[in-house]
Ligand binder design. Structure first.
Ligand code: FEO
Length: 173
């Protein structure tokens, strides 16, 4: 059992993960429109990861005997001029997610809610990797600037990304 306050905070965050999924699915479409098929794949994998995160929170609430509440989603942008712009916005968004995960963790500690603390550990580590990936890409994209050949090389590399379901997620994605 978890407190009502904790359940509400997790429910709110679960909806933010769903918003993240929509954000990246839209970026995938925009990358495709820019002719960057590799980046489109990269963002579609990111979309699937976010859906997996959403379902991890969903399953946790269900396992704790809670009913989930899906909130109305915010519209996501669908116009980006460059791949660099998309990845920079991705990093800013992931930094927000990191802050939210840290806030949830702090609340779990305050409430001596050990189960939620353990559950959130995976996300704390995951956020380090997410931000790191974005920083690496930003550095590479800044290095090549608007050199088309360089961008195509990065696009090809991004196209290699494959989706690996995170632990605890199976058929729902
Ligand atoms: Fe679900 Fe990208 O954090």
């Amino acid at each position: 059992m978890i407190s009502k306050k904790m359940a509400d905070a997790i429910n709110k965050h679960m909806n933010l993960e769903l918003h993240s999924a929509h954000l990246y699915l839209s970026m995938s479409s925009c990358a495709n429109a820019l002719g960057l098929k590799g980046a489109a794949t990269w963002f579609s994998v990111q979309y699937r990861e976010e859906m997996a995160h959403f379902f991890k929170f969903y399953t946790y609430l269900i396992d704790q005997g809670e009913n989930i509440e899906l909130l109305a989603g915010k519209a996501v942008p669908n116009q980006y001029k460059t791949l660099l712009e998309m990845v920079e916005k991705t990093l800013v968004h992931e930094q927000l997610i990191t802050k939210c995960i840290n806030d949830l963790s702090e609340q779990a500690v305050k409430e001596k809610d050990h189960a939620t603390q353990i559950f959130l550990q995976w996300f704390v580590t995951e956020q380090i990797e997410e931000e790191n990936n974005d920083r690496d890409l930003i550095a590479k994209l800044k290095m090549v600037g608007d050199n088309g050949y360089g961008i195509l090389m990065i696009d090809a590399e991004m196209g290699q990304r494959v989706f690996t379901p995170p632990p605890g997620t199976t058929v729902m994605i």
